[in-house]
Design a protein around this ligand. Sequence first.
Ligand code: ADP
Length: 273
Amino acid sequence: MNAAVSDALKIEEYRIQDEPYYEPLGDEVAVFEAAWRNQLPVLLKGPTGCGKTRFMEYMSWRLDRPMITVSCHDDLTASDLVGRYLVKGGETVWVDGPLTRAVRAGSLCYLDEIVEARKDTTVVIHPLCDDRRLLPIDKLGEVVPAPPEFSLTVSYNPGYQSVLKDMKQSTRQRFVALEFGYPPAELEARVVMKESGVDQAVADRLVQIGHMTRNLKDNGLDEGASTRLLVNAGKLMRTSVPEASACHSAIAEALTDDPDMLAAIRELIASVY
Ligand code: ADP
């Protein structure tokens, strides 16, 4: 099998076959689709666990494009994204990184929490994010043009913003930005029911607890409970963990280690049960 055929087969593994369950919060589906058709990169802003990854899975299915996701971290370098030479069986071979594979295959590339990555990564994404749409691969002396189907999406949590980790204007002004937040109560309860299998009354109580913890943001908590945590608590309940105990493990302990804060959240939970 030649390398191009084997790469094409591998990229198919990233195609999403079944429609992912996604409840739209607003017009994000239409805006993303329009950005993709106009070859504009997209920035998803919002706290963790509020549906950004699920939205991307849904868009990947809807646009029928494979999606390559990279979770960025503070050791992630440009080479991790673009590729590197590796020694295999005594031979030195070039191996494309996930960004290069996505560009060559015309797929969606989702860089989750981009501000966590090292600064040199911005050097490789900049020329991809303006009308040039080029990926320079210095080590190969090659510049790969992105096909029209390729799209770059990055996510960023403004809540974790710090002077060091803020996104520079020269980077952020290249993107169409979509803001994600916690869904309105009714919609969030629907997500919790659908994702965990609990009934409406249980989902409503979970959403109520979620709201209470979100009111503690900046009063001892960095962030309130995300939809993800409410879904996790619902899943424990469906597997016969008592409701208060499920909330304690899936929500309170997941949010904080601070004993006073834990006691406060325990009281909030007790006020609902
Ligand atoms: P993020 O990428 O923003 O950290 P995720 O997309 O992983 O968050 O969302 C966490 C979980 O919350 C999902 O696995 C899903 O169960 C649920 N969820 C959140 N928002 C939605 C939504 N709008 N539609 C469907 N599920 C959602």
